[in-house]
Design a protein around this ligand. Structure first.
Ligand code: DX5
Ligand code: ZN
Length: 218
């Protein structure tokens, strides 16, 4: 189904309180929980790895959506699957063997996602459509929360939606999603919207109501 799902990114959460933050955003209406893994190599920032994913897993009732911004990726797929990831997304730019990577993700029992940086065309996933459950369109350059939405990517979303046709593949948008940009990508065919700063702003685990207001505003 193509109902819009909101996937708050815990990159904008309180890193000292991930368990409580995950519970708070789900209680406030989050559909998925988006987990941004960064290695300081593929992207210029470092977050956390499979041990943290395993630690937060019991605090998430729904989908744990793990976005790997790491290279190489293949040696770590098993670890993220074992940590309880429901969806594991790898970047098409992260190595020469994305097809093998996607096979390995499905082989490990997770749903497979492929992410595209803003400079990468929609056509780069054309040969992968039987291998993926999700295509993630980066609408910022990956690495940091709170960046400005790159409008040129909306056309890419439209192209991907046409290319995907009736296949059961989610189109996820990641970066700069807020109440202004969300309708643009939803109209272009996206159905999973990641949002970090736009969800967590103004709230906290002790004052979670703003999370719900922010989610409903998107
Ligand atoms: C960027 C991450 C995004 C980011 C989105 O590298 O993949 O998930 O946290 O943050 P906002 O919504 O603040 O742009
Ligand atoms: Zn992400």
């Amino acid at each position: 189904d193509r109902t819009i799902k909101i996937a708050p990114s815990i990159l904008s959460a309180d890193f000292a309180n991930f368990g409580a933050e995950c519970e708070a955003i789900e209680a406030q209406g989050a559909d998925w929980v988006h987990v941004d893994v960064m290695d300081g190599h593929f992207v210029p920032n470092i977050t956390f790895g499979p041990a943290t994913c395993a630690a937060i897993r019991p605090h998430i009732k729904g989908v744990m959506d793990v976005h790997l911004m790491i290279a190489p990726v293949d040696p770590y797929i098993e670890a993220f699957a074992n940590a309880g990831a429901d969806v594991i997304t790898a970047h098409v730019e992260a190595g020469p063997h994305i097809h093998r990577t996607l096979q390995a993700i499905r082989g490990a029992g997770a749903k497979a996602g492929v992410a595209l940086n803003p400079g990468t065309p929609a056509s780069s996933v054309e040969m992968l459509l039987d291998m993926v459950d999700l295509v993630c369109v980066m609408t910022v350059n990956p690495g940091f929360g709170g960046q400005k939405f790159i409008h040129s990517q909306v056309e890419k979303v439209r192209d991907l939606r046409a290319m995907i046709g009736d296949r059961p593949i989610h189109i996820e948008i990641d970066g700069g999603v807020d109440p202004t940009t969300a309708p643009l990508v939803a109209a272009a065919g996206a159905d999973v919207l990641v949002a970090g700063s736009a969800v967590f702003r103004g709230g906290s685990v002790s004052n979670p109501a703003p999370y719900g207001e922010n989610i409903r505003a998107i």
